[in-house]
Design a protein around this ligand. Structure first.
Ligand SMILES: *Cc1c(COP(=O)(O)O)cnc(C)c1O
Length: 464
């Protein structure tokens, strides 16, 4: 029977016992997420085992191999994972992924149960951000993909360049110099060229300087360029800063530009009393890209793109090849479908883990966990400020604290590498105002205040 599991119906009895064992191990992995090292490298023998030849015959030991892999993740399920803006995941996603795997639905389109779950998620997101009923949305892999989709809608709303390409048009857009690289990559992939994304300077709080933005737009216009897009960042990747979204919305309205918000992690702050005021203006955006897999802790991967004018969104992606013809009744009913709103035809059931997370926890608990992380970031900043060997490099705007060792860049980098290798905590290294910085990001519902003390004690011990 070895090697045929899942292909022949008679194999399923043996499969069930195996699956139950693995399920227990997977649940234990999540239930004990706070224990053990934050990160550990994959053992050499396991790396070697993953360089095998293409198997011609099946193996009876797949479940064991899967179970062995469980402890070797990135570490973002651990309460002292602070290195990058990753969500920490949870039980609802595990349940949903089991269900989705059993259904094996393709969410490109058609009229089946899974599609209604995604429609529900779209409606909830509309409500979260105060968008009108005509707004459309799509579950995607993450904010990088959401940005490509949103900026394609923005480009086509300006040019209708689907068939012709952008030709001689000199479209330019603006984001702060703190914007995530996915925006420039979207410009590249959409044929606009990454140079067409202008990097606007920031103020002392790392927020876009709106006066500089106005001057850059005027200079571009005078030079024959065609400004079409403003990108506001709600939660910058380096220091967690929020651009003045209402100010950006005013400029976009005056100048007739598309306003896109990269709220990869920060947009989830609409659910938090602490961050909600920083997001004023997001309800006026033309599009928003954000992640459920960051501060809303849906397991990887789960991003979302929201577009104010659903008709423009659809116009940028819709097409009608014969094999995708829809009908008024039956399984091929229910147009428009997700394929009409994005580049993917075959799509998995990501929407289910989003639905399960929101249904099981509710928006209040999700928002409260965000507020708690913000309070923890402030508390950590206070601890850093009280430590003579350390110097903080930016104000705390949301979840991120950046600081340096006074002995210089090498000492700062050493702190991060030693902590990662010890398994005690995982911060990362970034550069702030030309200096290497320890970056501690707290978007983690498992982090307790005691974890901050463990981190600080370890940081201080390294150069003592
Ligand atoms: C993480 C992040 C992105 C990229 O999102 P992915 O989900 O990793 O594709 C974009 N912008 C910001 C501000 C981010 O923090």
């Amino acid at each position: 029977m070895a090697g045929k599991k899942g292909l022949d119906p008679e194999d399923w009895a043996a499969f069930e016992a195996e699956a139950q064992g693995l399920l227990k191990a997977a649940i234990a992995q999540m239930a004990r997420a706070s224990e053990g090292p934050v990160w550990q490298p994959l053992p050499e023998e396991m790396k070697a085992a993953l360089q095998a030849d293409l198997p011609a015959k099946g193996s009876a030991h797949v479940a064991e191999a899967l179970a062995r892999l469980l402890p070797y993740g990135v570490g973002n399920t651990h309460p002292r994972f602070f290195g990058w803006v990753h969500g920490s995941g949870g039980a609802a996603s595990l349940l949903a992924e089991i269900t989705a795997a059993a259904m094996n639905a393709n969410l490109g389109g058609r009229d089946h149960g899974a599609i209604y779950v995604e429609k529900q998620v779209v409606a909830w997101v509309r409500e979260m951000f105060g968008f009108p009923l005509g707004a459309s949305g799509l579950v995607v892999s993450g904010t990088s993909m959401a940005t490509i989709v949103a900026l394609k809608v923005a480009r086509d709303a300006r040019l209708n360049a689907r068939a012709t390409g952008v030709g001689a048009h000199r479209l330019v857009g603006y984001a702060s110099n703190q914007a995530h690289n996915c925006v420039a990559r979207a410009f590249d992939m959409l044929g606009l060229g990454s140079d067409a994304l202008r990097a606007v300077p920031v103020n002392a709080a790392f927020e876009m300087d709106l006066e500089a933005l106005r001057e850059m737009m005027a200079a571009d216009r005078a030079a024959g360029y065609e400004p079409f897009l403003l990108v506001g960042t709600a939660g910058s990747v380096n220091v967690g800063a929020f651009d003045d979204l209402a100010g950006l919305a005013n400029i976009a309205a005056e100048a007739g530009l598309w306003l896109h918000i990269d709220g990869a992690f920060g947009a989830a702050g609409v659910l938090s009393d602490v961050l909600q005021p920083r997001l004023m203006g997001i309800e006026r955006a033309d599009s928003v890209a954000f992640d459920f897999h960051k501060w809303l802790h849906v397991n990887y991967d789960a991003g979302f793109v929201l577009v104010r004018e659903g008709a423009l969104h659809r116009a940028a992606f819709e097409g009608a090849p014969d094999y995708l013809a829809s009908t008024d009744r039956g399984l091929a009913a229910g147009r428009p479908w997700p394929v009409d709103y994005g580049p993917e035809l075959s799509r998995g059931f990501r929407a289910l883990k989003i639905w399960a997370q929101i249904t099981s926890l509710g928006t209040e608990a999700l928002g409260a966990a965000i507020s708690r992380n913000c309070a923890q970031a402030l508390k950590l900043a206070e601890m850093v400020d009280g430590e003579p060997s350390l110097e903080r490099l930016a104000p705390v705007a949301s979840s991120i604290v950046v600081f340096a060792h006074r002995d210089g860049d090498a000492a700062t980098e050493e702190i991060v590498l030693r902590l990662q290798e010890s398994g005690l905590a995982v911060p990362s290294v970034t550069t702030v105002r030309g200096r290497r910085a320890v970056r501690v990001n707290i978007t983690n519902h498992r982090t307790r205040d005691a974890d901050l003390q463990v981190l600080m004690d370890a940081v201080v011990a390294i150069h003592n």
